[in-house]
Ligand binder design. Sequence first.
Ligand SMILES: Cc1cc2nc3c(=O)[nH]c(=O)nc-3n(C[C@H](O)[C@H](O)[C@H](O)COP(=O)(O)OP(=O)(O)OC[C@H]3O[C@@H](n4cnc5c(N)ncnc54)[C@H](O)[C@@H]3O)c2cc1C
Ligand code: FES
Ligand code: FES
Length: 1313
Amino acid sequence: MDGAAELVFCVNGRKVIEKNVDPETMLLPYLRKKLQLTGTKYGCGGGGCGACTVMISRYNPITKRIRHYPANACLLPICSLHGAAVTTVEGVGSTKARIHPVQERIAKCHGTQCGFCTPGMVMSIYTLLRNHPEPTLDQLTDALGGNLCRCTGYRPIIDACKTFCKTSGCCQSKENGVCCLDQGINELPEFEEGNKTSPKLFSEEEFLPLDPTQELIFPPELMIMAEKQPQRTRVFVGDRMTWISPVTLKELLEAKVKYPQAPIVMGNTSVGPEVKFKGAFHPVIISPDCIEELSVVNHADDGLTLGAGLSLAQVKEILAEVIQKLPEEKTQTYHALLKHLGTLAGCQIRNMASLGGHIVSRHLDSDLNPLLAVGNCTLNLLSKEGERQIPLNEQFLTKCPSADLKPGEILVSVNIPYSRKWEFVSAFRQAQRQQNALAIVNSGMRVFFGAGGGIIRELSIAYGGVGPTTICAKNSCQKLIGRPWNEEMLDAACRLILDEVSLPGWAPGGKVEFKRTLVISFFFKFYLKVSQILKTMDPVRYPGLADKYESALEDLHSRNHWGTSKYQDVDPKQLPQDPIGRPIMHLSGIKHTTGEAIYCDDMPVLDGELFLAFVTSSRAHAEIVSIDLSEALSLPGVVDIVTEEDLRGVNSFGLLGEPEKLLETQEVFCVGQLVCAVVADSEVQAKRAAKRVKIVYQDLEPVILTIEEAIRHHSFFHGERKLEYGNVDEAFKVVDQILEGEIHMGGQEHFYMETQSMLAVPKGEDQEMDVYVSSQFPKYIQDIVAATLKVPANKIMCHVKRVGGAFGGKVTKTGIMAAITAFAANKHGRPVRCILERGEDMLITGGRHPYLGKYKAGFMNDGRILALDVEHYCNGGATLDESLFVIEIGLLKVDNAYKFPNLRFRGWACRTNLPSNTALRGFGFPQSGLITENCITEVAAKCGLSPEKVRMMNMYKEIDQTPYKQEIDATNLTQCWKECMATSSYSLRKVAVEKFNSENYWKKKGLAMVPLKFPVGVLSTAAAQAAALVHIYLDGSVLVTHGGIEMGQGVHTKMIQVASRELRMPMSNVHLRGTSTETVPNANVSGGSVVADLNGLAVKAQAAFDESISLSATGYFRGYESHMNWETGEGHPFEYFVFGAACSEVEIDCLTGAHKNIRTDIVMDIGHSINPALDVGQIEGAFIQGMGLYTIEELKYSPQGVLYTRGPDQYKIPAVSDVPTELHVSFLPPSQNSNTLYSSKGLGEPGVFLGCSVFFAIHDAVRAARQERGLLGPLKLDSPLTPEKIRMACEDKFTKMIPRDEPGSYVPWNIPV
Ligand SMILES: Cc1cc2nc3c(=O)[nH]c(=O)nc-3n(C[C@H](O)[C@H](O)[C@H](O)COP(=O)(O)OP(=O)(O)OC[C@H]3O[C@@H](n4cnc5c(N)ncnc54)[C@H](O)[C@@H]3O)c2cc1C
Ligand code: FES
Ligand code: FES
């Protein structure tokens, strides 16, 4: 072994030599902090978001081939990179040198908003193009499967990437051999694709061509090194950990004998997350490097032998090749494995993770182990004692010592036998999201009939997700041997399996009844599939399936997406240089794609900088008996621990009424409450020390977690908020029917890609401090920091260059954390940085309020609703934050698009022991609107009418009055509705959906359309003020500063457009720096869809003024008239209304609860768009965020109030595979002029609500399924409408078969809050 090895690798073509490498270092912090390559971003640290994607290239001296693959830098130990070439976004292209076509096209196609996910996207596509310069659409969506974007809704990113595909511009659907352009959408020819009159949002003609010869070559030095260097084990010794990289099998075995406990790290995708999130520690790590025997691919007579060191991506490629060459009967297991390899994790993880690591890890939700087990695979092991084979069977999977690897033994390869004639293997899985999500339940099933005859000779079934490891239903299978493959066998099998694979009600992961149902639903699918094959093999003997059942076997998910946007071109008379109304690219678009856009944590480390890490409460309601800081303080690098005592006199601050404490060391009111903050020399030291702070709690009563508990305890933040219009009680007396119902809606995590970040820098003079922070509200940060430091606001300068997504979540909690960080900086006279990890961020910061809506509707038999009495309860969490405001906005918007002549709305914000919930895009309306729409859906069902008919009947028409007596002109609402009906071909498709449903039993389609009236405004004139500052320099260049924050919505871009028009100078003359309290004082929060409106008016006012008399002056907009009197229930709270409508179609799988978004059409009335590209982006992004809210995003809390879902592995936001296959957005031609900015409308928020069209489309599909099964009663579906809820609502013989637990007889794993 080599004593003190040197680590040598290349980054962007430059050689890096590390002599004293710390084996605990991952590539991501190394790139960001050591090499200052900050383009690669931190989004989660666990391989789940793709923000840290880089390309790894390795040269194989034996095959002489270079392999390029994408990888997550956050899970890549740098010691594993010896001899590798790393390419980061900076190496792909930059504005200083040359922009790469991938970067150019993503920017110019408007594929960036906040830009935080963009470098990762660029790297995924760049790597794809290195391997496939003309990729197919499938390869493209596959390549993006491991990258999350919270802003764009993916469509523009897909559009950009499609320009590299051979055929672009169409859906590339090869169904029936015809593409969409020839057959019309859904074979409905009347749709005008893309409306020929509509201009395009980008122009392909100006794109740089992709020239593969221009790419960075693999460093020749590394190639020579690989060819020439004598091969010997490398050892890297760190403070706490030793890394051993053997290069031969012999050395590997020697190392394993010497360190039998040391894990063999291959991809580090299993060991890495355990170390990072579960506190595992390994003093020694063995990581084999390029050992040939671990990469074998051997085709033998009995099957395929694959080396344990092959990556899952390589296994996928090999299997895909093999199935092309071999007869189908031999490749059953390979087909099944391929199916799961298509959805297992994202591309990055599949390229890092090894087959051996996957098998040996034996994760309970492993996708491959159930298949390998039923496929009778064997593991080829090796130790100093020699070789041996063990079966990959139940004993191995349950880690039974006699069937497991022995210490000192390694897995060399896996033998996967060929299947035989009359043998069938299938794979099943259901996850919360289609791709890149661990399975809730998965399964591998195999049956062998011998020489035909339809009698079961062998049967193997294994499940993942239903126990601590993969579970085999061995006894059930044994009992079924000898039985014919028929309905009786099916029935017996379901009962046996349910008995054998039993799950207790409290099982970890929850969803117990769903899992039980999936277990037998999968078997039923297997039964159908095999029956169908048997029929094709022997039609005489096997009758096969009823036609209606056949679609049960079809795959639900198509990966090819296409979309259109229809907007109005500018007036031909408009001057060509006037940018208003044109689809101008986001000002920072190119910098987002090159990684040059600077976010808070990208700022270089300052001299003497410290890091701050929070210690949070682990109890929902408790007295803190004692806090022991001694051990934490004694650790190296720890400078201080800030507690409540330090903050005496300044420990609370209020934004909206009730002051909130910064730190709490006496009584805690939720898990995740800030208790104290450790300040240390480095992030690692601060976080290590934070874990050593010992807190003793005494639990207190009551612990209120759910809305129902809050109602029971009368735990509210204030009295009720109430609004009444007409006479509800009288109206109830005259209506034909009355219904009462309720709907529960779960919360939502902001999941901005950039976690909470701040850096406080004392200036050393006059108590001045610069605070750099990722926040929507610099003035608030300034105020709270000033109050905490007991200095006037003029000493605190708050700077926000840009924000990597905020959505409402970067105001109140950010302020508190910034104040504590600034306090520490002030106390020590040193800069202090605080960057939350994803898990901490999700735990501490809260999100959208969960809601309970109760309603009583009085209506006529024709569907007219005459009376509505609604109650809203939101789960506000432990502090007031913005909960009251959310309730108020929810109430003011509860009518959505409807004129209810008599109504009563009441709302309460519940005080509970959860982290405080706060603003999130839409601010109460997405919840309130859903409650109303749900009520309408129920009314429609009662009247036997379609919901769309009832919606239309009750809608506002022309000039009317809202419940708070503000005038409304609803002409454009009707217009949007009609336009949406027409463009979506609603009526034709409704018929098509009904036909589909009558022909398919296990798959159902649903179609739904919802209208939107979104009042825009911030309820107070003061909150709608804005200011701007424009300097004109003598060389003619212009500097604009305004109070709005750039958080992805493109406000800075719009402001430059405004300045350019007003000053009549080209946009290139105008520059915009970040936002700062130094230049524009007292700016309001950026939020509520009005940032561009208000600041634009300020810029406009200023620029016009400026032009005539001064070269530097401020502009000011005093805000829209806005007031609301809750006593009288009257007011003018909003400035104007955004109208819209969305129609969505889905298909559901009644057996698994999966759903597919087939198509969405959105029509919006947005007035005169200032920038249609940005506006389409806002609508689509919000729509996808809403779709996530209503269908897949599910926060889970323990019965003790602990948030389980603390990262992208547990909490699923929409990924690229969730985007509707077709997404069409169009704007209504502008018809009304107003006093808004160039008659434009704010669009940041309204689209979220339109996501509920998907909810109601699923609702429609479920209803169809239930009707066919004779279930005609009311249908109660809560939000989010997850696979679990869909499956359990499609009741059938399987849901009836499962055992149910008595409520109260067990403590469930999680509770709905
Ligand atoms: C974000 C993310 C998403 C994921 N999604 C999915 C998913 O959808 N479906 C799914 O099934 N899995 C999923 N996984 C799990 C993933 O498949 C496994 O983590 C991976 O296969 C482990 O392989 P590895 O090479 O990285 O293992 P490592 O972490 O390198 O090693 C894991 C273990 O295997 C042992 N080991 C490795 N090789 C050998 C050998 N040759 N001989 C003996 N022991 C060995 C090691 O000692 C270690 O204990 C996901 C993981 C992540 C991080
Ligand atoms: S930061 Fe690496 S995947 Fe999220
Ligand atoms: S642009 Fe993708 S996360 Fe913001």
